[in-house]
Design a protein around this ligand. Structure first.
Ligand code: SF4
Ligand code: SF4
Length: 480
């Protein structure tokens, strides 16, 4: 380093110490007031957090005269745009959930708890709560001072407004959650007229309390002590997983510099603690990977800003694997067995879920044979059975269907001469008789297949096998 650049770096070091000298490293025994600073990862965090806008705005997307995506629990129907998924199709939803669970495992194996740092509702909501706190109460130092100050008008006003905004966010969160399970328009009407069902009121209240407590007060403690994912993620990462990591070889021996001591043989870490000050969970990344690290990379932004001021290369803290830090060859993700294992399960979930959605029949048919009596012998000798057809229409439009039946005998359907109107997204029961001339029966049981077909342009179709029952004497008669 030249003399002039040494002087510039020395001034930068003084500035950093002046700025961060006030920081106290929180080890969990007190409330963490993380410092917020701009940077590349901070911007990425804002963008990734914006995914949650889907949660808030999604329920207001309409599809025809109803909500596009709605989990209608009371009527046990899940509306997905034009599709209606009923309880018997819930295996598709299970595969979709499996997809997201395994996606989480793949991402963790490749890049650690990137979900925690950039997408998790707990860290995203906490981030917003802290932003409000900073907006109203100022920098972490000012927040600490306000916490310690005696209660007065200013403190009551500032804290009161903060808690009001926190509760308001909790309320919006609760309303948005319920809006996925109850038509959003009906929900808002119920809110304005104070006539919401008790289940909705209880759920919204639980969300207000939960969000306010978890994001406002418990914050990083939720990640440390309550989150099960932080406990199991240890088995998903290995020496190839890329995580925010401190380059010990480059940083150590760390040490505070003074102007005259700049030339000392120290590592690049000037022990300014800025990386700890910005950490939302109070982790000191220089002590190695810890359970509390949510991989938000904000410490990278902090340290990069210090390195910029010192004129040193960025990346003292950087995304790297254990192998990378030790100078060993990094295995690309596609050469890692565990990634392929997770990807195989992921593919199974994608293929299964897609197949299920693509082949989701609009019509489903159930046939129940009336058993009292099992059959009736008519005056002309023909045998008659009675059936109840349950026609399930999974689309959100009513339709008319034609009922037919086929078997190895001449069948006459009584009660199926006209198309039957089938209600939208529901089951329609229809009773009919099947009659077979006595001479046509070769046995006391005759397999037959019922079918329903819509008469509109879509020609939805479903069929179901059943049995026609005749007297046992038919068997005797046909014996050789
Ligand atoms: S790692 Fe970087 S930010 Fe952290 S104390 Fe060292 S120089 Fe400061
Ligand atoms: S150590 Fe760094 S990456 Fe980990 S939580 Fe703290 S700021 Fe985020």
């Amino acid at each position: 380093m030249t003399d002039s650049s040494s002087l510039i770096a020395a001034k930068a070091v003084e500035d950093i110490y002046t700025e961060v000298g006030q920081w106290h490293v929180n080890v969990g025994e007190e409330k963490i007031h993380p410092k917020r600073m701009p940077g590349r990862w901070r911007n990425i965090k804002w963008w990734s957090s914006s995914v949650w806008l889907i949660f808030f705005l999604g329920p207001y997307l309409r599809w025809g005269d109803r909500q596009a995506v709605l989990f209608d629990l009371p009527s046990q129907k899940f509306y997905l745009f034009g599709l209606t998924v009923l309880p018997q199709d819930l295996w598709i939803l299970s595969l979709i959930l499996l997809f997201f669970a395994i996606l989480l495992a793949v991402v963790t194996a490749v890049a650690g708890r990137v979900f925690c740092g950039f997408f998790c509702f707990q860290t995203v909501w906490t981030d917003i709560y802290v932003a409000i706190e900073e907006w109203l109460e100022g920098s972490p130092r000012q927040r600490q001072k306000l916490d310690e100050a005696k209660w007065g008008l200013n403190k009551i006003r500032t804290k009161g407004l903060k808690h009001l905004l926190w509760l308001l966010i909790g309320l919006i969160t609760g309303i948005s959650f319920v809006a996925w399970f109850m038509d959003a328009q009906v929900l808002w009407q119920g809110l304005w007229s104070l006539s919401l069902p008790s289940e909705a009121v209880i759920t919204i209240s639980a969300f207000v309390v939960g969000t306010y407590t978890l994001a406002g007060f418990m914050r990083e403690q939720t990640c440390l002590w309550l989150c099960p994912y932080s406990r199991i993620q240890g088995v998903m990462v290995d020496q190839f997983t890329v995580l925010p990591a401190y380059d010990v070889d480059r940083g150590e021996p760390r040490g505070r510099r003074r102007k005259e001591a700049l030339a000392e043989n120290l590592g690049d870490c000037i022990d300014c603690n800025l990386c700890v000050a910005v950490c939302p969970t109070g982790v000191d990344i220089r002590q190695g990977q810890q359970q509390g690290c949510i991989t938000c990379a904000l410490c990278i932004d902090a340290c990069d800003s210090v390195m910029d001021k010192l004129g040193r290369p960025r990346g003292l803290i950087r995304y790297d694997s254990l192998n990378g830090l030790e100078g060993q060859k990094q295995l690309p993700w596609y050469k890692r067995g565990r990634v392929w294992t997770y990807l195989s399960i992921l593919t199974f979930a994608v293929v299964g879920g897609s197949y299920g959605l693509a082949t989701l029949d609009a019509l489903e048919l159930k046939v129940i044979q009336k058993r009292q009596p099992l059959y009736v012998t008519l005056s002309d000798g023909s045998i008659q059975n009675r059936y109840r057809l349950k026609i399930l229409n999974k689309v959100d439009k009513s339709m008319e269907v034609v009922i037919s039946a086929k078997a190895d005998a001449e069948l006459m359907l009584i009660g199926a001469d006209k198309p039957v109107a089938v209600t939208a997204s529901g089951v329609t029961a229809h009773d009919l008789f099947v009659r077979v001339p006595k001479g046509d029966l070769a046995a006391s049981t005759l397999p037959l297949t019922f079918s329903v077909k819509s008469i509109d342009s879509r020609q939805w179709y479903a069929e179901r096998e059943a049995v026609f029952i005749a007297p046992a004497s038919v068997d005797k008669r046909s014996e050789p």
